[in-house]
Design a protein around this ligand. Sequence first.
Ligand code: NAP
Length: 285
Amino acid sequence: MTAQIIDGNALSRQVRADVATRAASLTARGITPGLAVILVGENPASQVYVRNKVKACADAGLHSVLERYDADLSEAALLDRIAALNADPAIHGILVQLPLPRHIDDHKVIEAISPAKDVDGFHIASAGALMVGEVGFKACTPYGCMKMLESIGMANLRGKHAVVIGRSNIVGKPMAMMLLAANATVTVCHSGTADLGVFTRQADIVVAAVGKRNVLTADMVKPGAVVIDVGMNRNDEGKLCGDVDYAGVSTVAGWITPVPGGVGPMTITMLLVNTLEAAERLLPA
Ligand code: NAP
């Protein structure tokens, strides 16, 4: 079997076109959705990420501001800035690019963002809303994975077994909650899982969110399964690759996401969706 590709770039274009249409209609009603992105320090990867996020906003007709601060910005000054953005009516979403310099407590900073503007979905209120099925903001990377499943007709996962490899607060755990909400039976594996293959071979859907190359190989995948690769690693030639042995797994899986061009673009796309929705929620019911 040769797996069909779930093309994150193509799906992103479709979703972003819809965001642009809805943003234009909101703007016509006097509300331009606005995102504030805060970058502290000079982390080169973070600089690329924030540039891409700001550009994606501009392309979709969203207002965005990028605030850059030196690495020695104090935690108190950052918290003051977040308080000001919480009160700014032109800003509907606030994103603080992680990682922050070591002297700043990530958790304190994320919790300072108003839950109504938490478009990254990392606030405890967003995680809690996801847990109990209330309206909040979904973390962008797993939300993008769910959109990818929806795009191949897998919105309702009743009767399906999904295995998530990884249990971080920003990917693995919210991914598991979203799959559960879509009625899948969910298994979460991690570094303490004794034999990963025992679980992945039973799965109709495998989501790999580990950060290590070749965590998932062809012998670990059920024929026809859907494989979603969240990982971002570098191979021996320095090229971007995922957690999945793409060449091998493609011969067994039914569907697969590539790296690059898979989950990565969808993550930014869902940030746009969350920012738009933050603004739409201000409209009278
Ligand atoms: P993380 O916080 O380091 O979590 C990694 C998870 O993998 C942990 O739960 C860990 O288990 C588990 N793990 C480690 N080795 C394992 C093994 N051999 N077998 C099974 N599980 C193992 O990473 P993260 O932030 O979730 O990110 C994961 C990957 O996704 C990274 O490559 C990251 O760059 C990428 N990512 C991509 C996007 C995107 O937009 N494409 C967004 C976010 C993250 P323990 O909990 O037991 O330690």
